[in-house]
Ligand binder design. Structure first.
Ligand SMILES: [Fe+2]
Ligand SMILES: [Fe+2]
Length: 286
């Protein structure tokens, strides 16, 4: 074979990932030079992707027992700015103490517990303001905690191993992280301020909604967690490194934790925030 000629070898690494359809393609355009592409199609609700307890949360249940059954609820508490020392409090007592509506708290806790979103959730405007605060807190956690942690693990792996695929992996992750930052900044600076304004708007306000809408936000909303599935697949199947199991396990756990939280985060944006925004707009335009 002429090694100077382009070689369009193509590898399909993954089809039909659990959180939606996600495909990674490696294309070798010239020998030893792999280019990685990722293709994403529609996100769907896949309950099996959620490694959770499936317990339906009730107001009389003790928060400590719920956390024991599904430690991912700690992430939810953190995004609600609720302290982890929940003592013997029930869900109802905790909600009262933190002035959060039980309906909202239970709705989001059930998502974390692996139960699907409600078809027609009913939340008050105060609930929706709280949802936006929750989403912003999650953004801070992604930006300043989880992504830097994953990035540092990948860098450490790079320092310890010479596998070529690790360079590719690092580039893939850095490009992806840049996309994520753009997504989070867009929501923090454009979408969320719009929703806050909408929630406070009176019918008589001269707020020019034609400049932006909930539907426009929804149409441009992408699933930032899908590429994490690709990263895990690369690490599980293709990156050739030996040993360093501690570091690699830490990296996997961080990827799983982030993927899980991002998945719930997108569900909240798509099944709570956007439908609520659309119905407020319709109500005010009527
Ligand atoms: Fe977000
Ligand atoms: Fe988002």
């Amino acid at each position: 074979m002429n090694t100077d000629s382009p070689d369009f070898t193509l590898k399909l690494i993954q089809l039909f990932g659990g959180a939606g359809y996600s495909t990674v393609i490696l294309i070798r355009i010239i020998p030893n030079n792999w280019v990685l592409f990722s293709i994403f199609v529609e996100k769907k609700y896949f309950p099996d992707m959620v490694h959770a307890s499936k317990i339906k949360v009730k107001s009389y249940m003790k928060m400590a027992d719920l956390i024991d059954a599904n430690p991912n609820l700690l992430l939810m508490l953190q995004h609600f700015n609720i302290d982890f020392r929940v003592s013997d409090q029930t869900v109802m007592q905790l909600c009262t103490g933190y002035s959060i509506s039980e309906n909202l708290f239970v709705g989001i806790a059930n998502l974390y517990n692996g139960l699907g979103p409600k078809a027609h959730p009913l939340f008050t405007r105060d609930d929706l303001v709280r949802v936006i605060e929750f989403l912003k807190q999650s953004h801070d956690y992604y930006r300043s905690d989880k992504y830097p942690q994953i990035s540092s693990y990948i860098r450490q792996l790079q320092e310890n191993h010479s596998a070529k695929e690790l360079k590719l992996l690092e580039k893939f992750f850095n490009d992806y992280f840049a996309e994520v930052l753009e997504h989070l900044d867009y929501e923090d600076n454009i979408a969320f301020p719009y929703f806050i304004h909408l929630l406070k708007e009176k019918k008589s306000d001269s707020f020019r909604r034609e400049l932006y809408s909930s539907i426009e936000y929804g149409e441009h909303h992408t699933d930032i967690e899908l590429k994490l599935k690709d990263l895990k697949q690369l690490l599980l199947k293709y990156v050739k490194i030996e040993n360093d199991l501690d570091l690699r396990r830490r990296l996997f756990f961080a990827l799983y934790e982030l993927e899980f939280d991002l998945y719930i985060h997108s569900l909240i944006e798509e099944t709570i925030l956007i439908p609520a925004g659309v119905s407020i707009e319709q109500e005010q335009d009527a």
